[in-house]
Every structure is written in structure tokens, then in C-alpha cells.
Design a protein around this ligand. Structure first.
Ligand SMILES: C[S@@+](CC[C@H](N)C(=O)[O-])C[C@H]1O[C@@H](n2cnc3c(N)ncnc32)[C@H](O)[C@@H]1O
Length: 327
């Protein structure tokens, strides 16, 4: 198991929202069903969920990160309810179908980056540790941030830093990157920190000047927002009626996607409002938004990462998914 630990955020709140059908086994109330953890990490949420599931249940766990997968494999050796899939959650539907699973009782996603990824200097995710500027969650494919910055166009660098980092100094930072790389490639986290710090002088309270740039490049190199929005419909399609979806996000860009997606499935008629349809022809709600949960003060005191977390929970209705697609 990795030496780097991860403290799960909104742990009980997330697991409780997925457990809807209590089953009395001996003196214990357990749930039964097929569940998916789309972002295993170090398994904090998975382990808590397993503790509340009976022996017939199954938990499919996904992660892009080979280190997370090593950890998941160790768990599956101890618990035969766990099946491990090294893949992005983008492929959740096809991976489950290939295992003869077409419907599940609950799906949870704890988005973004884990503490072991941030704390391991070799992964290049953190501006606090010197290391290669990699930032790939899946180190077995794709290109590192360093490689991308070698050749990327000035305008593309600016756009990524502006859109995914919401950084107002994006133009200055992009120009500095392009100027510096002519002299020496930007290969390490400290090369990038020096570059950003040389042009961003106004510190936001409590924020390192490179925070937004690192966030932006990480989101871009891992295709985080596109993967979330493109796969969301398949999560909804996989849920059984009354099945639950619980998603924890850590920044407004992610949360906006989750909120918009839930809304589109809850009020599909808004999506089609421009079509000339009669009231009774409008598609009905496929999802029902249940709650939005923030960490309590005592959780934030014990875990700084929790400060920006928000959990959104939605429940599948009985309306067939095909009703949504036919329009
Ligand atoms: C915040 S951590 C999850 C922590 C986990 N809930 C725990 O308690 O240990 C996010 C994890 O999701 C993984 N991840 C991010 N995007 C992913 C995607 N599209 N598909 C699969 N895994 C992803 C990351 O590699 C990371 O391990």
C-alpha cells in the first residue's frame, strides 16, 4: 500500500445517501446491491460503503491512476465483493456491460486529485514539492504537462490557464512560459512556479500565486471537465429506478457541470423548450435532485482539503432513459 495517505471528504454523508434499502441481517442493518466507486483513490469511500453492504453485494471500483489501482487490488484480495477496473469512469458503462452488468443501485464520484497524488513529488501535481512536471493521473498514457508546454501555442496556453484556472493573469503567464522555454524547457514544478511567480505579484489571500495555473494545467492534461460532462448521461442510464448518484466536487467549474447535468435530467422539458411539443409530449424527469451537502466546520478543521468540497445527490426516477433520448 502507498506510503501516502488520503483522508476521505464527506465520508459518512456520501455513503449514507447511497444506502436506501435497509436489510436486517442478524442484528445489523445492511444494504444489498450493485454499487460503483468511479474514483477509488485510496478507497476511503469504498471501504465505508462495503462495511454497510451484505455479502451478496458487489462494488465495482474505477481509477485512472495505477497507484490507486494497486491499492484497490489489495482491497479486492481481502474482499471478494470488490472488482477493480483500471480505467476512466468515461468507460463505466462499457466496462460494466462487458461484465454483464447493465444496471446499478448507486454510483459515487469523488472528483479531482487525491492527497497521495499531491504529496508524491514524482507525480508533479503540487507547487509545494520539486518534481517532474507530469500531472497525469494515468501515467500509462497521454502526455505530461512538461511535454505539452514544450510545443503548445501561446494562445492555447493562455486559454487553458484562463478557462480552467480562472486566472486573470493568464496572458502574462502564458507569455512568460513561451519566453522562458526558448532558453530552457519548463520541466519541473519549480520551473513553473518560478515562471508564474515572476509575473504574478498580487497574492490572493491564502493562495500560492501558482495555485490557479497548476489547477488549470492539471484539469487540461487529464481532460477532467470533458470526461465528467460526456460521461454523466451514462451514469444516469446505468442507475436502476431509485438508484442514487453522489458526486463530490472541489471547484466551481466541476460543480457547475454536475449541477447543470442534474438539472437537465430533472427538467428535460427545459432542454427541449424550443421544439414545438405539446405539454404531454414533453419528456419527464429522469433524475430527481435530492440534496447539496457541505462539510461541517469540524471536518474542515481536521482536513483543509474539505473546505472547498460540495456533495450533490440525485435519485433516478422510474421514467425510462429512452424517453430522454428519443427527442
Ligand atoms: C479525490 S480522489 C478519490 C479519493 C477516494 N474517494 C478515497 O476516499 O480515497 C480522486 C481519484 O479519482 C481519480 N480520477 C480522477 N478522474 C478520474 C476519471 N475520469 N476516471 C477514473 N478515475 C479518476 C484520481 O486518479 C484519484 O485517484
Amino acid at each position: 500500500m502507498s506510503e501516502f495517505k488520503h483522508k476521505p471528504v464527506l465520508l459518512r454523508e456520501t455513503v449514507d445517501t447511497l444506502l436506501v434499502r435497509d436489510l436486517c441481517v442478524g442484528k445489523q442493518y445492511l444494504n444489498s446491491g450493485i454499487f460503483v466507486d468511479g474514483t477509488f483513490g485510496r478507497g476511503g469511500h469504498s471501504i465505508e460503503l462495503l462495511d454497510n453492504l451484505d455479502d451478496r453485494s458487489k462494488l465495482f471500483v474505477f481509477d485512472k491512476d495505477p497507484d490507486a489501482i494497486k491499492s484497490a487490488n489489495l482491497l479486492s484480495l481481502k474482499d471478494n465483493r470488490v472488482q477493480v477496473i483500471h480505467s476512466s469512469f468515461v468507460k463505466m458503462k462499457e466496462e460494466l456491460l462487458s461484465r454483464n452488468i447493465d444496471k446499478v443501485d448507486g454510483i459515487m464520484l469523488d472528483l479531482g486529485v487525491s492527497s497521495p497524488q499531491l504529496d508524491n513529488p514524482c507525480r508533479g501535481f503540487s507547487f509545494l514539492h520539486k518534481g517532474p512536471l507530469d500531472m497525469r493521473m494515468d501515467t500509462t498514457r497521454g502526455i505530461s504537462v512538461a511535454k505539452w508546454l514544450e510545443k503548445a501555442d501561446l494562445n492555447d496556453i493562455r486559454k487553458v490557464i484562463f478557462e480552467y484556472g480562472e486566472e486573470r493573469f493568464a496572458t502574462k503567464i502564458a507569455k512568460e512560459i513561451v519566453a522562458r522555454r526558448k532558453i530552457k524547457p519548463i520541466c519541473t514544478t519549480t520551473d513553473l512556479v518560478d515562471c508564474v511567480s515572476s509575473v504574478v505579484h498580487k497574492n490572493e489571500k491564502g493562495k500560492h500565486p501558482a495555485t490557479r495555473t497548476f489547477q488549470a494545467l492539471r484539469i487540461y492534461i487529464n481532460n477532467e471537465l470533458e470526461e465528467l460532462s460526456s460521461s454523466f448521461p451514462s451514469f444516469v442510464e446505468l442507475l436502476k429506478p431509485y438508484g442514487r448518484l453522489a458526486v463530490i466536487s472541489f471547484h466551481s467549474l466541476e460543480d457547475r457541470i454536475v449541477k447543470r447535468m442534474i438539472r437537465n435530467f430533472e427538467y428535460p422539458s427545459d432542454v427541449y423548450h424550443k421544439l414545438p411539443l405539446m405539454e404531454n409530449e414533453l419528456p419527464k424527469s429522469i433524475l430527481r435532485s435530492l440534496e447539496r451537502v457541505f462539510p461541517k466546520d469540524n471536518e474542515i478543521l481536521g482536513n483543509k482539503r474539505a473546505r472547498s468540497a460540495v456533495l450533490r445527490v440525485a435519485e433516478r426516477t422510474v421514467v425510462p432513459f429512452s424517453n430522454f433520448l428519443k427527442f
